[in-house]
Design a protein around this ligand. Structure first.
Ligand SMILES: Nc1ncnc2c1ncn2[C@@H]1O[C@H](COP(=O)(O)OP(=O)(O)OP(=O)(O)O)[C@@H](O)[C@H]1O
Ligand SMILES: [Mg+2]
Length: 378
């Protein structure tokens, strides 16, 4: 297995900088996700690593070897594209055997390897079917098996699940994680779906406008966004404007338009009194609490319910605290009887607050509105 490293990688299309000076490291045998919105450069970055696009600057190393100018078929990698790319005129068996025949494996070795692959992707007994006789999820399993058959050092997956329906996507997502665990093959998964990245990856590279803006474990990314983009892209965050009153290991921040102050572990951000900051707290880190429980929380805000929606087991609440709008994801449908009424006064215990730098005149961010079509908790 091999690691991947890039140094100062740049790829332009005319005036568009699709990949903008990317330095990244994908650890050997890891399952790393490149996560970012549409158009941020994920596919282009993956194509550069695969050798399918020529970078304008920078270098790429696979397993320590400089492969910047090495053709794709000599990079020892498997690639799965966004659209199912099973060869339609061939059977499942022929699809999986294809790359092995190209490499002139002996017939018996090919048969054995294809059988291993069929077992790995749970397709035993279907080897004589063709594309038309398979579901979308099955076809994508064949493509995975075909990519893994020649024992590549590296597996590159570009949105392999995006064409599949939600249920199949969920199943195959866990299967990719299982295949990764069993083969130990360094896997780089491109996705715009945070659920996918956070569920199965052990490391996530968050990409925005051609750059990697944050890297970390799913939990680090979820709990400690280091940029405003991270905070807004992953999960549902409340971003409350405030000003630092006291800097120090535990900082005191005055919230704009509220009497309330919050005290926060400053973390790695260099703070000084008078500095404008965003007080960032996840919708699911806001607890609706009883007065008796208030002393257990370092930071408590009084708020008024504007609106509440029951979505499955979660109640999505929009509340006002001073001039700020708060979004709260309260677990347990039983809470709905309490929170479902407009004008209800509540106490909010804030957990896990992160501070992010704010430009002085930056206007309050609009909180995600509570609408019936809302995508629910996250
Ligand atoms: N062959 C091309 N010619 C011109 N521009 C391109 C080409 N390929 C990509 N781009 C541009 O480069 C930028 C990054 O595109 P890319 O396909 O890498 O994004 P992405 O993150 O994979 O998006 P998506 O999630 O929609 O697949 C976009 O602005 C895109 O329009
Ligand atoms: Mg893409």
């Amino acid at each position: 297995m091999a690691d991947i490293r890039t140094e100062g990688l740049v790829k332009r299309f005319g005036s568009v900088v699709a990949v903008d000076h990317v330095d990244m490291h994908v650890r050997e045998s890891s399952l790393t996700a490149i996560l970012g919105p549409s158009g941020c450069g994920k596919t282009t970055l993956l194509r550069c690593i695969a050798g399918l696009a020529e970078p304008d600057a920078g270098r790429i190393f696979i397993g320590g070897r400089d492969v910047t100018h090495v053709p794709p078929h000599k990079r020892d990698l498997g690639f799965v594209f966004q659209r199912p790319a099973m060869f339609p005129h061939m059977t499942v068996y022929q699809n999986i055997a294809w790359a092995l025949e190209l490499r002139k494996w002996p017939k018996r070795a090919i048969r054995q390897r294809v059988e291993e692959m069929l077992h790995l992707v749970h397709m035993e007994g279907l080897e004589n079917r063709t594309y038309r006789e398979l579901s979308g999820g099955q076809a994508q399993r064949v493509v995975l098996a075909r990519a893994l058959a020649p024992e590549p050092k590296l597996l590159l997956l570009d949105e392999p699940l995006s064409q599949l329906d939600a249920k199949v996507r969920d199943e195959l997502k866990l299967e990719i994680a299982e295949i990764h665990r069993r083969t130990g093959c360094t896997t780089l998964l491109v996705t715009h779906d945070q659920g996918e990245a956070l569920t199965i990856a052990d490391n996530v590279l968050l990409m925005h406008q051609g750059r990697i803006v944050q890297e970390g474990s799913p939990l680090e990314l979820y709990q400690r966004p280091s940029t405003l983009f991270s905070a807004e892209f992953i999960g549902t965050n409340n971003l409350l404007p405030g000003v630092v009153i006291e800097a120090g290991p535990v900082a005191l921040v005055q919230l704009d338009g509220m009497a309330a102050r919050v005290s926060v572990q400053a973390g790695s951000l260099a703070l000084s009194p008078g500095m404008p900051v965003w007080v960032c707290v996840r919708a699911d880190d806001v607890d609706v609490i009883d007065e008796d429980d208030a002393p257990k929380y370092q930071n408590v805000l009084a708020a008024t319910v504007d609106r509440a929606l029951l979505t499955g087991g979660t109640v999505i609440v929009q509340a006002s605290a001073g001039e700020a709008k708060l979004r709260i994801h309260a677990g347990g449908s039983r809470r709905f009887s309490l929170l479902g009424k407009e004008g209800t006064k509540i106490l909010c215990g804030l957990g896990n607050i992160t501070l992010l730098p704010r430009a002085p005149q930056e206007a309050p961010r609009g909180q995600a509105q509570v609408e019936p079509t809302s995508s629910g908790a996250g």
